[in-house]
Design a protein around this ligand. Structure first.
Ligand SMILES: O=P(O)(O)OC[C@H]1O[C@H](OP(=O)(O)OP(=O)(O)O)[C@H](O)[C@@H]1O
Length: 158
């Protein structure tokens, strides 16, 4: 998805922290023992969930998506050889098309996949999430943005 002609959903660090803690609350009864963070976007919520759920065992799966090519052209540049079971919690920041989630579910069908944000196309693949985002909306995460000046509305519309 290209950034032009799309609605934007800007997320501050505080909002992301709050939403990640909401996600932790939803996962409280899960009795998870291990967290698999989907790098890179899943690293931040994985840290927050590990703290809230007191999980000390974490690993990463590093997936690179080549957006200049076809959608869904993914490469796992670093895998994880943990067993697939119900004690495994997989964490990503968002699910969009669901292509990343498909790769995760293929290797770890019994694990729980949790994301902070979910768009309709990928939502059926996620087990637990916090916030629905429309498919045509670009989620601007705090590590990709910075505060900047914006002109008053009257000036923008004159
Ligand atoms: O549902 P999908 O369409 O597969 O999209 C979801 C994936 O896209 C984002 O990663 P991105 O490719 O931006 O990589 P990054 O996290 O390393 O920046 C996000 O962190 C998910 O892993």
């Amino acid at each position: 998805m290209s950034m032009t002609n799309h609605k934007m959903f800007y997320v501050s660090w505080e909002a992301f922290h709050r939403a990640s803690r909401e996600l932790a609350a939803k996962l409280l009864t899960g009795r998870f023992e291990r967290i698999l963070a989907v790098s890179r976007g899943g690293l931040v919520p994985a840290t927050i969930l590990a703290r809230e759920l007191n999980i000390r065992l974490l690993d990463t799966i590093c997936i690179v998506s080549y957006q200049h090519d076809q959608q869904g052209d993914l490469s796992v540049v670093k895998g994880c050889d943990w067993p697939d079971d119900a004690k495994l919690l997989i964490v990503d920041d968002l699910v969009d098309t669901g292509e990343t989630a498909k790769v995760l579910k293929q290797q770890f069908p019994q694990a729980t996949l949790a994301t902070v944000y979910a768009k309709p196309q990928g939502k059926p693949l996620v087990d637990v999430y916090v916030t629905d985002i429309e498919q045509d909306t670009w989620i601007q995460l705090p590590w990709d943005t910075e505060l900047s000046y914006t002109a008053p509305l009257v000036e923008q519309h004159s």
